[in-house]
Structure formats: structure tokens, C-alpha cells
Write a protein that binds this ligand. Structure first.
Ligand code: PA5
Length: 437
């Protein structure tokens, strides 16, 4: 199992303080399980790992295989919870330079911004290539992905013909409502359903995440088994002192109460960059409301030690750090001996690069804790589908508990509508004219 170490987070917060919150955390976890807390209409994610069937996984794999054989490139179109979970898993488990190799299909993303340059460059890249589209939108009306889909669908139909385009488009959306559902039904696209009771940021373990992940050739079965192991390990029947999701939720809330308003998720592996992006959406959108909530930030070390390192070490003491630590790398690179030793690195000859990374990790922890930054550590034995499944479910479960501890509804996002209303008014979208600024 992945493990949680809070020993370096204590100081501002004591072990007694943490233990004193055990029953409150248990109640919050039970409220999730019993559906008695705020936002209980959106708890469909809770038992996804244990309830997905072999047939469902096989069907997703079959569609993925079809796209893999038919397409050189698959474009995943979606924004927020409708793309970032898939990207987090795919990036974490793919080779850093796969995109330069002959690995097919290449997976690219669209609909997560409205940059004209981005779309133009994507259309140019796709020219002359066989490509497919996975369009993910629960509402089916989100502007960014709808715009990208309209443009990409046209290019696909123009180049491959309507029939081939229809075979290479998959829509993941609401069961019966929304523009995308209507279009998919009319055009006969293969579709998957985003359950009504699963919000975007909690949807990575539905077809929203699973189809792109399978297209990338990642073992879905193993991924879901990992998530299931964590579903069991974070249940309210597991005692508090063994329940890492409950402990993490308590510690971050106690740190918040003690004035630590910012949580920085740090990693020492660039592949984890998008896991942090996913985590930021999960916690930011779930807790940032009613003028409350920890601000979730992230850094990639050691890269950012050469930029943000100064702020973290000596800036305002309003932060704490949560480090995702990976025990064993997948590959091995040994440091060679150099005859001239001009860089003075021969003292490391024969050692692994990961050994240096680990010492950087330890040295950073000691320095930051010394500098007044409490440190929480989440350790993965290695970066594979099983432990990543565990990690994502761990964060989801802890997020639900943490939101309840904070006293907010972790499953709504009323604040994200504000920019949309203004944008639609400025664009003179029918029905929004009266809101003109
Ligand atoms: O978590 C959320 O609800 C959001 O991030 C949505 O996933 C995002 O806004 C996209 O919405 P939709 O899937 O309806 O296009």
C-alpha cells in the first residue's frame, strides 16, 4: 500500500490534537458512506472501484483497441475534470519521450483552453494523419470543448469522410441530456455515460478517465484494483490510526487552523506534474468556498527548488508541504567515473541517479521543516498503475472527508459559473444579453 508519514508535519500541530479529531473524521467518513452529508447527490465516485465490472472494463478496452488500431493520433477533448485525470495518469505512466518515438497512437488534448494558436497548430499537426476524437463533456455544453470539437470534427469529416469520422469519434457524456448526447445519438457515435452522481473532478475512475487511459495502453484492471485496495483501506470501518485518508484530512485541516493557508504538493519526478494539476482541481474546487479553504499549489522538484525554493524556505510562513515520494524508479542509470573529474562528481561514481534524487528529497525535507514548513509525505513503492489507482482514490476520499471537516459542501462548484456568465454576456450569447456588463 502507499503510506502516509505525518511525523514531520507535527510541531505547529500536535499528535494529541490530531488524535482528538479522530471521531470527527470518522463521522465525516461515515457521512460520505451513509450519504448524510452535504452534496450527497454526488457520491457516485465512492464505490466506483469495487463496483466496476469485468464486462465494463472489457468494453472500454475494446473501444480503446479500435482507436489504437485505426488512429495515429487520438485527441482527448475536455476541460477540468473532463480531461485532467486522464492526462495525470497517462503522463505519469508513459515514457517521457514517447511522443518522439514511434509509439502509436499519440495522445493529444484539446478543449482545455480557447487559444486560437493552439488549435491552429493542432489542426496543422493532424493534417495527413489518421486521427480520432474522444469528446468528454458531462453537460455537453461547455464552451471550450464544444468549440474544439466543432472545429476538429469538421477537419476529420473533411479529410476522412463522414463514415470514418463517425467510427473514430467517441462521446462521453450524460445519459440522456445535453447537446453532446443529442449529437451522439443522431450521428451514431459510440458513447459512454458519466453518471449523474459523479462530479467532473471525481470522474477519473469512470470512462472519462478510463477510456483515454486504456487508449494509452495502460492496464485498467490493475489501475482499478489499486483504487479498490484504497477504497477498502479508507473505509470508516478502518481504525483512525490506520486510515491514511482520515489522517491526511485531519492533519491538513489542523494545519489550516494553525495559519497554514497554502498546501504545496511537491514531487521529485516530472512525470507527476499533472497528478498535481489534477489534485489542485480536486481540492481547490471542493474546498475553496464560503471564504474558506486551503489554497492548493504545486511544485516539481528539484526543478522548482531553483526558483520557488527561496520562497518556500524563507517566504511568509503560511505554507505546508505534501510530498509524493516514489521509492523505486522504473529504470536504472549509473553515474560513470570520469578520468579528469573536472566537475568533481567522481565521489558519486557507481551510484544511481535516483540515489542523488533521494538525497535531494531528504535534504529538502530537512531544510524546509527547519525553515518552519510542516511536511507530509505520501510514499509509493513505485510508479505503476496499481499504486497510481491507490493514490488517486486516496486523494478523492481524503478530499470528501476534509471538505466535511471544513464544513463546506465538497461536491458543488457555484463559483465557476461567474466567468461564464460574463463571457456569454460579452459574446452576446442568446439569453445572456440582459446581463451585459
Ligand atoms: O469538476 C467539474 O465539474 C469541472 O471541472 C467540469 O468537469 C468541467 O467544467 C467540464 O464540464 P463538462 O464535463 O460539463 O464539460
Amino acid at each position: 500500500m502507499i503510506t502516509l508519514d505525518i511525523s514531520k508535519a507535527l510541531g505547529k500541530v500536535t499528535k494529541e490534537q490530531v488524535d482528538a479529531c479522530a471521531s470527527q473524521a470518522k463521522n465525516c467518513n461515515r457521512a460520505l458512506e451513509n450519504g448524510t452529508g452535504k452534496g450527497s447527490d454526488f457520491l457516485g465516485w465512492l464505490h466506483l472501484p469495487s463496483s466496476i465490472t469485468k464486462e465494463e472494463i472489457a468494453d472500454i478496452q475494446k473501444t480503446a483497441e479500435k482507436l489504437r488500431t485505426q488512429c495515429e493520433v487520438v485527441v482527448v477533448i475536455g476541460i477540468g475534470g473532463s480531461y485532467v485525470g486522464a492526462k495525470a495518469v497517462i503522463d505519469a505512466l508513459s515514457g517521457s519521450f514517447d511522443f518522439l518515438e514511434d509509439t502509436k497512437p499519440v495522445i493529444v488534448y484539446a478543449g482545455h483552453n480557447i487559444s486560437e494558436d493552439y488549435l491552429h497548430e493542432l489542426l496543422r499537426y493532424l493534417k495527413g494523419k489518421s486521427f480520432g476524437l474522444i469528446h468528454i463533456s458531462k453537460s455537453g455544453t461547455t464552451t471550450e470543448p464544444a468549440l474544439a470539437f466543432r472545429i476538429l470534427k469538421k477537419q476529420l469529416e473533411d479529410t476522412a469522410g463522414k463514415q470514418k469520422a463517425q467510427e473514430r469519434i467517441v462521446a462521453i457524456t450524460d445519459q440522456s441530456r445535453g447537446a453532446l448526447r443529442t449529437l451522439a445519438n443522431e450521428e451514431g457515435y459510440k458513447t459512454y455515460v458519466i453518471p449523474d452522481n459523479v462530479g467532473g473532478r471525481f470522474s477519473v475512475l469512470t470512462p472519462v478517465g478510463l477510456l483515454p487511459i486504456a487508449v494509452a495502453g495502460i492496464d485498467l484492471q490493475l489501475f482499478m484494483e489499486g483504487a479498490e485496495a484504497m477504497e477498502k483501506a479508507s473505509g470508516s470501518d478502518i481504525p483512525f490510526d490506520q486510515n491514511s485518508a482520515e489522517i491526511y484530512a485531519v492533519v491538513r485541516n489542523e494545519l489550516y487552523k494553525s495559519g497554514k493557508k497554502i498546501e504545496i504538493l511537491a514531487n521529485f519526478h516530472p512525470k507527476l506534474h499533472y497528478v498535481s494539476e489534477w489534485w489542485k482541481q480536486l481540492y481547490g474546487e471542493s474546498e475553496g468556498k464560503e471564504n474558506k479553504g486551503i489554497f492548493p499549489a504545486s511544485v516539481d522538484f528539484t526543478t522548482d527548488l531553483h526558483s520557488m525554493g527561496q520562497w518556500i524556505q524563507e517566504g511568509e510562513r503560511s505554507i505546508f508541504e505534501t510530498v509524493i515520494s516514489v521509492a523505486n524508479p522504473r529504470c536504472c542509470v549509473e553515474i560513470p567515473c570520469d578520468e579528469r573529474d573536472l566537475d568533481g562528481l567522481n565521489f558519486l561514481a557507481g551510484k544511481r541517479v535516483d540515489y542523488v534524487n533521494k538525497m535531494a528529497e531528504l535534504g529538502t525535507q530537512l531544510a524546509h521543516v527547519d525553515g518552519g514548513v510542516p511536511n507530509i509525505r505520501i510514499s509509493l513503492p513505485e510508479l505503476n498503475a496499481y499504486y497510481l489507482g491507490q493514490l488517486l482514490y486516496f486523494f478523492e476520499r481524503a478530499c470528501g472527508i476534509s471538505g466535511y471537516l471544513l464544513g463546506v459542501n465538497p461536491f458543488d462548484q457555484p463559483g465557476v459559473e461567474a466567468y461564464k456568465k460574463n463571457m456569454f454576456a460579452l459574446l452576446k450569447k442568446p439569453g445572456y444579453e440582459s446581463l451585459l456588463l
